[in-house]
Design a protein around this ligand. Sequence first.
Ligand code: IMP
Length: 443
Amino acid sequence: MPGLVIVGAQWGDEGKGKVVDLMAEQADAVVRFQGGNNAGHTIVRDGEEFKFHLVPSGILYPGKTCIIGNGVVVDPSVLLGELDGLSRAGLDISGLKVSANAHVIMPYHIALDHSGEARLGKNEIGTTKRGIGPCYADKAARLGIRVQDMLDEKILKKKIMAALEPKQLMLRPYERDPAWAPRLDLQQMTEDLLTFGHRLEKHIADTSSLIWKTLDAGKLALFEGAQATMLDIDHGTYPFVTSSNPVSGAATIGAGVGIHDIDEVWGVAKAYATRVGAGPFPTELFDATGDLLRENGHEFGTTTGRPRRCGWIDLVALRYACRLNTLDALVITKLDVLTGLDTIKVCTEYRGADDATFETFPYHQSVLHRARGVYEELPGWSEDITGCRTEADLPQAARDYLAFLAERVGTPIVQVGVGPGREQQIWTESGQTASKLRPTANA
Ligand code: IMP
């Protein structure tokens, strides 16, 4: 003990990477437990920018064990590309461990992700086309290729053949396409995977037992969520979701620990809201304010570069996320993006098509798809807050805004982000009892 889980409390891209990066300083192990290279975060360290899709951001600290857990789906070429980039930057990558039980994203998973989105046409989910869904589908169908399979040619070839069998019809157009055909050739795939396996061998491990050792030694294990609560395949806005469970409970399954190994859960939320891809988004803005949030917040995807849909903060969804994840604390990021707005709207409930109002998240998709936010308006602030380092430095209106969120969600705010840099993260006084992990001095 202790185990700290950090998850996204909205639709992703909340700035979890920076929070994980800050807390990783105290941790011995940093663990990814779901998702794959559909995630992406950028860490700014001493002016240098690092982009990660698979490798836990703790890798920037020497001596940390950085784990890709069994619940993650791994594209080995992407992983090796990230490791090569880190080595070139002079960073020590020996602490990176990959679960032998994690599933491998195969070229045919990527082809099927493209084909699935093409088939849906206008109703596409807007996936990242990284093969995430088809890979998890094969895992559930017991047709998956696991990381350990890359170390055994005979098993590997047999498993690839078995996995390809039911996909033949859907893959046919890709096998005829010169851009895809070489990647989908059985012999080529097998050889590529064996090469990847050979290169990754020193990183492949029984990661669950490595985490147990960290916890048994009383050291901090940090479980880093990817995507976010509202994209959870069970609890999110299905089918406009990812194919894994980004909620905190999934940290146990995706890392191989028990529920009593988790001591604290933090949820990260932006001071407003964004979403990438299709699906309901009750507080979405289609006006100049939405454009302003996108520009000021640099709301373009790290993984795909797509412009993000922007809107006001949604407390109905946030309360739902607090319950689902049993959040001990909230981290509010990008508060500085709201600077300059005369008034700020906060969605406190939804209004459905028949004028019914909802304070809690509606379970029925037809209700949710038509729901629109009902807002309370709070005064904005015009002062530049990017230099604020304590809660007391913030303008009164910004403090009132934070107090309103904490009170209406019923969860204390432990940190607030006022810019992309590490030093632009404020530990709040108001939330100081929310976490045992708060250092005594302001970080
Ligand atoms: P997939 O995870 O690539 O299958 O995409 C499913 C949905 O999740 C799409 O709407 C994506 O835009 C969304 N999604 C996946 N990863 C992220 C992320 O890291 N941030 C935000 N949205 C994501």
